[in-house]
Design a protein around this ligand. Structure first.
Ligand code: XIL
Length: 665
């Protein structure tokens, strides 16, 4: 049989048909648009047939185009890097490896539950020139090193399951291709490459891959004989890749299934590795139909032989296809058009895999046994028995209605599993739930049984928590204060506290300024030198609120920054029944100026103040309060003022005033 497709290197042999190309430029194809794609994804259908369905991934659109990514992850279970694992990508210069593109694809595949076929280790194309000019021993070393490093990079990653070890080693007549590999190393490089790959990964499936080997012909027979020989020699070869770059103008290889079957009989698996079916551009409905039939034929050939493990399409959108660049006047070889719309070829593949892409009207069965568990005051977890569907259930809607009767069911969430947790519910409140199933074609099932859920928090719990007590403020600055209190108690548990604040020292209204789940709260953003009153109250899970705590009044410090003062008292002189303390130094320890200060101290029993200077002294029992006299009221940050006083005491008593403390307003 004559060959039907040509590789990159030989594409020049196809002379561009100038007239056809010229016509193509003026013919606007008018093609029936396929219906919006509501089909069961190819990967779902293929899995049911125990096959993979994959595509060749280009790193650019995979990184940049969401439409590309969506189809890639929805429709396919397998990826072959179109270029990113080739030698010129992974080892552009000797021993300089770069796995950025390859890793990007493997990461995407892992995230989408897909497997990766490594392509390709030893090929005459897309291999840097430094390899091509090596001596035999250096080339052998380079090949073994390359295989060890590239296969080794992915060996422990379960996503990468197989490799094209050698690619396109035959010519069209069944001889070895006169490549630099063959010309330098002889045909032994093939077995060597397989052994090196096996040494680098004991588990990966190792393949030989070629084009124009889909039907039975001289080239495929040469491949068959080589596989047979290698297996006889114990060379680790597991699979055969039929690239399957077809063109409708060369006819379909009608013995493809038979060819797959004869390879299978050798004990290897067979993959369709690079499927595309090009047509003479521009597209017409008739050409699309022929192409669709070819796709059907390929899928059927693979389905017919269990050793055919799956099909990789060489891309999926005509927007990114190597065909127009390689085969003049041919193109539109894939299953989606340039705008990511499915083509008849998509419908053909879907249908051949067992789907009914355009006419599935069968709804899934209704989910059953809907039940709720783990209900708290704010959430409940639903679970149910799965629905069944002819093309597969894609997910479930969760519907909720308020109360135990009446109201309307509305969708509150969706799930791809048979459970769902609904959060954000109100305590001690009833809800009804139902679920329904959806399939890939958009059909929706009847709803399940209804389950009624009442959140906890105590249906009928009307017992409020005890009021918080001992509310106190500390650490007051010019702009904030810290509150703390003694916690409340409650029959169903305190869930938190409201913090209420009123302006000034009396009057005004208390309003909630914050909440706390602990027994403290820091209020901020207050005005300097301003009074506020605080209260707190407790809440429980059922929404009951306690009486308020005691009220605490807070006056913030003056100034924009923090105020504060310290006091240091010195006994200047003393005698049998008296002493002088001077200086008693008041220092502004804050970051802003203070206006006014108050020093307090305690006189021992029997001591009385007999004179003072630079301070206004008030005595109450043994407690003494000293304030500025006027001129020493304002103190800059870090500055000090001082006052002094004289004390009379019982004869022989050597004690002095103590407990000096300083506060600022
Ligand atoms: C092609 C890619 O699709 C192009 O992007 C690249 O420019 C050339 O190679 N046989 C193979 C594939 O094994 O690696 C080739 O891929 C197509 C022919």
């Amino acid at each position: 049989m004559t060959h039907r497709s040509v590789p990159v290197a030989r594409s020049r042999r196809l002379a561009p048909v100038a007239v056809a190309a010229l016509l193509a430029a003026f013919v606007v194809p008018v093609l029936a648009a396929e219906p919006a794609n509501a089909a069961t994804p190819l990967r779902t259908l293929a899995a049911a047939k125990n096959k993979f369905i994959g595509f060749a991934a280009a790193t650019g659109p995979l990184a940049n185009e969401s439409a590309y990514r969506t189809i890639a992850q929805t429709e396919f279970s397998q990826i072959t890097p179109e270029n990113a694992m080739k030698w010129d990508s992974t080892e552009p210069s000797d021993n300089q490896y770069n796995f950025s593109g390859a890793d990007q694809i493997v990461t995407f595949a892992a995230a989408n539950n897909q497997v990766v076929h490594g392509h390709t280790l030893v090929w005459h194309s897309q291999t840097p020139s430094w390899v091509q000019s090596l001596s035999a021993s250096a080339m052998r070393t380079a090949m073994n090193d390359h295989i060890a490093t590239v296969v080794g990079h992915f060996a422990s990653n379960p996503v990468v399951q197989s490799w094209d070890v050698v690619n396109e080693v035959f010519d069209e007549n069944g001889g070895y291709r006169s490549s630099f590999w063959y010309n330098t190393l002889g045909s032994g490089f093939i077995a060597d490459a397989f052994r090196a790959a096996r040494a680098a990964d004991a588990d990966a499936k190792l393949c030989i891959n070629d084009y124009n080997v889909e039907g039975i012909n001289a080239k495929s027979t040469a491949m068959y004989n080589l596989v047979n020989t290698l297996k006889g020699q114990g060379v680790p070869i597991d699979c055969v890749g039929l690239q399957t770059h077809l063109s409708t103008q060369y006819g379909f290889p009608g013995d493809m299934q038979q060819n797959i079957a004869r390879f299978a009989a050798l004990g290897v698996t067979v993959r369709i590795t690079e499927l595309d079916i090009r047509i003479p551009t521009p597209r017409t409905a008739a050409k699309d139909a022929t192409q669709a039939q070819y796709y059907t034929n390929v899928v059927n050939a693979c389905l017919a032989v269990s050793a055919c493990t799956g099909i990789t399409i060489w891309g999926f959108t005509d927007k990114y296809s190597w065909v127009p660049d390689t085969f003049p006047s041919e193109g539109a070889a894939l299953i989606y058009d340039e705008n990511y719309q499915v083509k008849p070829s998509y419908t053909a593949v879907n249908t051949a895999l067992g789907g009914s892409p355009n006419n599935d009207t069968t709804a899934p069965s209704a989910p059953s046994n809907l039940a709720a568990s783990g209900t708290t005051s704010t959430s409940t977890t639903l679970s149910w028995t799965a629905s069944t569907d002819n093309v597969g259930v894609t997910g479930y809607d969760i519907l909720r209605a308020p109360g135990t009767s009446g109201g309307t069911f509305a969708v509150v969430g969706s799930s791809t599993t048979t459970s769902f947790t609904n959060t954000g519910l109100t305590a001690a409140t009833s809800y009804r739930y139902q679920v329904r199933a959806k399939d890939a074609a958009g059909n929706t099932s009847a709803v399940s049984n209804t389950v009624t859920v009442t959140t906890s928090g105590g249906t009928g719990d009307t017992t409020a928590p005890s009021a918080p007590s001992n509310l106190a403020a500390s650490g007051t600055t010019a702009s904030g204060t810290s509150l703390s209190w003694t916690g409340s108690t409650d029959n169903v548990g305190v869930t938190g506290y409201d913090i209420l604040r009123a302006p000034g020292t009396s009057g005004g209204t208390f309003a909630v300024v914050g909440t706390s789940t602990t027994t403290s709260y820091a209020d901020s953003g207050l005005s300097a030198a301003t009074s506020y009153r605080y209260q707190v109250r407790a809440k429980d899970a059922a929404g009951n609120v306690s009486a308020v705590s005691n009220t605490v009044t807070v006056t913030t410090l003056s100034g924009g920054g923090t105020g504060g003062c310290s006091v240091t008292a010195t006994v200047q002189t003393s005698w049998g029944n008296g002493y002088v303390m001077d200086p008693v130094t008041v220092k502004n320890t804050g970051t802003s100026s203070i206006t006014g200060w108050t020093v307090t101290f305690t006189l021992p029993a029997g001591h009385t103040i007999s004179g003072s200077w630079n301070g206004t002294v008030t005595v109450s029992g043994q407690n003494v309060t000293v304030k500025p006299v006027g001129w020493n009221s304002t103190v800059a940050p870090g500055a000090s003022v001082a006052f002094g006083f004289q004390v009379s005491r019982p004869n022989g008593d050597t004690s002095t005033a103590s407990g000096f403390a300083c506060t600022t307003p």
